[in-house]
Ligand binder design. Structure first.
Ligand code: STX
Length: 320
């Protein structure tokens, strides 16, 4: 999946731990690279996909203190798939608690897809803690974007969307989100696991410009599929627990922060129109359109832009 010519070499964390929350959740975090480097927080997508080791490799390990964390209920965070106290404000609070626990005053925050959503929400709540923002595959998580993801995407991926829809009996098919959410909440693995597999492989199938059987296989595995599908359905069914359009409406709060928006022209999961709207509302942000890429962070052109942006920020503290 990753393009080895643009990413930094694989690296192992020098520290890791579990952030204790006031709730049932324990949140996994890890740090790699240079302990005295510029702190950067990697915010993963989904919600519910968890982090993976290749996500450490966007950042020069000599210049960055690289922080990855698994959002509530996914990856190495526990309990797996748990939806209690799992909302956008809870995740923002975890990011702040983690920042304090690691002794970080402010950091570069880097998020793609749902990670761009959460990064924007975090930055609008705590702008003074962000020294820069890297936003990729912009997802503002509005109703229109969620409807596109579940239905409209058949414009480009009709086979995958048909398979996703036909998993649900015809009588329930008018409300795919509700139908999947009910199954994903069912305590019986014989009910929730096939639904999770269908949801996660559908999403992965639509996430790259060229087919990636590796990505589909990785997200189809039981544990990842369940957290991704269940947590996404939970956030989407609840309008991500934020007032509608608040991310664009509050963009003035973050316009003074150095930022770059990286967007694949042929992103079918998070179509470029959202990045275009964000860039127009935020003229100070650098806007890099990758002409030959889809959604995934590991598309070659996207990788190149992301690594170049973080290299530039390490040298100059800005993206231009
Ligand atoms: N989910 C958007 C998102 O964050 C609607 C996302 N899209 N694809 C992915 O994440 C994976 C590549 C992680 C499956």
């Amino acid at each position: 999946m990753p393009d080895p010519s643009t990413l930094y070499p694989p690296l192992t964390p020098y520290a890791s731990g579990m952030l204790e929350t006031p709730s049932v959740h324990h949140v996994y975090w890890e740090t790699s690279g240079n302990p005295a480097g510029i702190p950067v927080l990697f915010v993963h997508g989904g919600p519910g996909s968890g982090t993976s080791p290749n996500q450490r490799r966007f950042f020069d390990p000599a210049r960055y203190r690289i922080v990855l964390f698994d959002q509530r209920g996914c990856g190495r965070s526990t309990p797996h798939g748990e939806l209690t106290d799992n909302t956008t404000p809870h995740l923002i609070a975890d990011m702040e608690a983690l920042r304090v626990e690691l002794g970080i005053d402010s950091w570069l925050v880097f998020g793609g897809s749902w990670g761009s959503t959460l990064t924007l929400a975090y930055a609008e709540a705590h702008p003074e803690r962000c020294r820069g923002l890297v936003l990729r595959g912009i997802f503002l998580c509005r109703k229109s974007e969620i409807d596109w993801f579940l239905n409209g995407i058949r414009t480009f991926f009709p086979e995958a969307q048909r398979k996703f829809a036909e998993f649900i009996p015809e009588a329930e098919r008018h409300d795919l989100l509700g139908a999947y959410y009910r199954r994903l909440l069912d305590p019986d693995p014989a009910v929730h696991q096939p639904a999770a597999h269908e949801w996660a492989t559908f999403e992965a199938s639509c996430s790259t410009l060229l087919p990636s059987p590796e990505l589909v296989a990785a997200f189809g595995r039981d544990k990842t599929a369940l957290s991704l599908a269940r947590i996404e359905a939970h956030y989407f069914a609840n309008d991500i627990f934020l007032p509608g359009n608040s991310l664009l409406a509050n963009v003035d709060r973050v316009r003074a922060i150095p930022a770059v928006i990286v967007q694949g022209r042929y992103d079918a999961v998070c179509p470029i129109v959202s990045a275009d709207e964000l860039a127009r509302a935020w003229p100070e942000a650098r806007y890099a359109i990758v002409a030959d890429a889809g959604h995934s962070a590991f598309e070659p052109g996207i990788c190149r832009e992301l690594v170049a942006a973080c290299d530039r920020f390490a040298r100059t503290g800005a993206f231009d």
